[in-house]
Ligand binder design. Structure first.
Ligand code: FAD
Ligand code: SF4
Ligand code: SF4
Length: 484
């Protein structure tokens, strides 16, 4: 294959794959972007400058070898591009879809000012979706089996990534998850218009084909379920990747009224419905926005997913109430743009004061905010504008204020497990190990609510550390057996 000409960013403008029209995409929960056509992917990849110090790679949490797989894509060497892209990531096609690239790889692409960045995420998705179709993606079957076994608690991105890497190295891997489907927030949190569920199921299937055993519906530490101590006794090492699920509560009057619901309940019901499950709370209308005036409180990715879900369910109106302005919101700007296109109304610099109604919520009483002095993190603190109250009609209020860890003492019954003052599990970052012998952790349960790509990174790092730990442990056992 002829070598490509790279550095085409001057001649070739940035192009994204075809985006479905608003009218079409709000009718369903399918992803909104089509895939690149091969010639378009090669053309877009050829815009890369092949930097000597690639800032895109430095700012990718996985340090993916971006310049090399872009060059291979541009040269039509797609199978090699796939080998390289999958060498550092257990789920490149998923990160390519849902990483906030504007804050990570693409946001740090150094293409000259005035030209837009290389579309790294969409090329990554293209390479890996093509690899699945061509049959290049194989289960992580090890070259040799090893005797040690590991328990992974939590089948989210962190657990998947650890399972993928450990199985590849030959260890016996058992994954325990309290849900009935694997994937964690990839399955029940993130909506299908960002990540279709078949993409997640395809990954689970690969792990199963490689011999990873999934124990679903297994709520570790709950009555009648295996305890944490039992898993430690049953396996040679344990990885905790249980995520963060305790919704931060709104502290305003009327929060207990029917019709005020937590974001994850709402999104889980919607995802389950799309997967074909019976969902009583959706069917009876309590977790369904159809025909309602909806107000979502919050400005992060979860809030963006809620507003766009409500639009697809046929809400009469959808408003997003956020106490800071657009420039200071934590959610991805790309998602805000999609939401605006789809008809969501943003009410910036506003916060709820109370939810009002008789038998159920009927309105939100809100107040205007302004940005005051910066706090200790340098972020301007919002403060109320006096006498600025206003009212928004609402039949459904969705609270999307973020998540905290659950009580680990209650979950794991292990008073010795060290946690931070925020309740996240404390680890030694050089070994990914907790203060308990043979117990490792990663993902949101260590970082607090974070990103899929950081979960994948932690799973990968923890697997490397667990591999070393298990090799030492096996060697010690063998030495003891020989001495005896
Ligand atoms: P999780 O994905 O939360 O998985 C943890 C798993 O542990 C779950 O399956 C849970 O059932 C299981 N578990 C918990 N306790 C137990 C127990 N006691 N026994 C057995 N199993 C247990 N990130 C992005 O990068 N891009 C996005 O677009 C994006 N959108 C998001 C949208 C929403 C609505 C939310 C809530 C988050 C979003 N995130 C996004 C963040 C991302 O989903 C998380 O950072 C990521 O999933 C964390 O991975 P994890 O493996 O640590 O935990
Ligand atoms: Fe960019 Fe995420 Fe892919 Fe890294 S994993 S290259 S940050 S899309
Ligand atoms: Fe290519 Fe941009 Fe990365 Fe440079 S920073 S190697 S131009 S993708």
């Amino acid at each position: 294959m002829a070598a490509s000409k790279m550095m085409q960013f001057v001649a070739v403008p940035q192009t994204l794959p075809h985006k479905r029209s608003v009218e079409e995409r709000v009718q369903d929960f399918g992803e909104i972007y089509d895939r690149f056509r091969p010639e378009r992917a090669a053309e877009q990849a050829s815009r890369c400058e092949q930097c000597g110090i690639p800032f895109c790679q430095i700012h990718c949490p996985l340090h993916n070898n971006i310049p090399d797989w872009l060059r291979m894509t541009a040269e039509g060497r797609l199978e090699e591009a796939y080998e390289l892209s999958s060498a550092t990531s257990a789920m490149p096609e998923i990160c390519g879809r849902i990483c906030p690239q504007d804050r990570l790889c693409e946001g740090n692409c150094v293409i000259e000012k005035g030209f837009n960045s290389v579309t790294i995420g969409t090329v990554e998705r293209y390479i890996n979706d093509t690899a699945f179709e061509m049959g290049w993606v194989k289960p992580p079957v090890p070259l040799r089996e090893r005797n040690g076994s590991v328990a992974i608690i939590g089948a989210g991105p962190a657990g998947y990534s650890a399972a993928f890497e450990l199985r590849r190295k030959g260890w016996q891997v058992d994954v325990y998850d309290r849900y009935d489907r694997a994937g964690g927030l990839l399955m029940y949190g993130i909506p299908g218009f960002k990540l279709e569920k078949e993409v997640v199921v395809r990954r689970t299937r690969l792990l199963e084909e490689a011999g990873v055993r999934f124990h679903l519906g297994c709520d570790v530490g709950a009555p009648g379920q295996p305890s944490f101590a039992e898993l430690r006794a049953r396996h040679d090492a344990v990885f905790i990747g249980t995520g963060v699920y305790k919704a931060r509560a709104l502290q305003v009057p009327g929060v207990g009224l029917p019709g005020v619901v937590p974001a994850l309940h709402y999104l889980t019901a919607s995802n389950r419905k799309s997967l074909g499950d019976e969902v009583a709370a959706f069917d009876d209308g309590s977790l369904n926005a159809a025909g309602k005036h909806v107000v979502v409180v919050g400005g992060g990715d979860t809030a963006m997913d809620c507003v766009r879900t409500a639009i697809r369910q046929g809400a009469l109106s959808v408003k997003c109430l956020y106490r800071r302005d657009k420039e200071n919101m934590p959610g991805s700007m790309r998602e805000v743009k999609h939401a605006e296109e789809e008809g969501v109304e943003f009410v910036w610099l506003s916060a709820p004061e109370a939810f009002v109604g008789e038998a159920r919520v009927e309105a939100v009483r809100a107040v205007r905010m302004r940005l005051g002095a910066p706090d200790s993190t340098g972020r301007q603190s919002p403060e109320q504008v006096p006498n600025s109250g206003f009212r928004l009609p609402a039949d459904l209020v969705i609270a999307a204020l973020g998540f905290d860890p659950e009580d680990h003492l209650a979950m794991f019954g292990e008073p010795e497990l060290k946690v931070s003052r925020w309740g996240t599990i404390t680890i030694d970052w050089s070994t990914m190990q907790t203060n308990l012998e043979g117990v490792f952790a990663g993902g949101d349960i260590v970082r607090g609510a974070s990103l899929v790509v950081w979960g994948v990174r932690d799973g990968r790092d923890a697997a490397a550390a667990m591999h070393r730990y298990l090799l030492n442990r096996t060697a010690e056992h063998d030495a003891l057996a020989t001495a005896a």
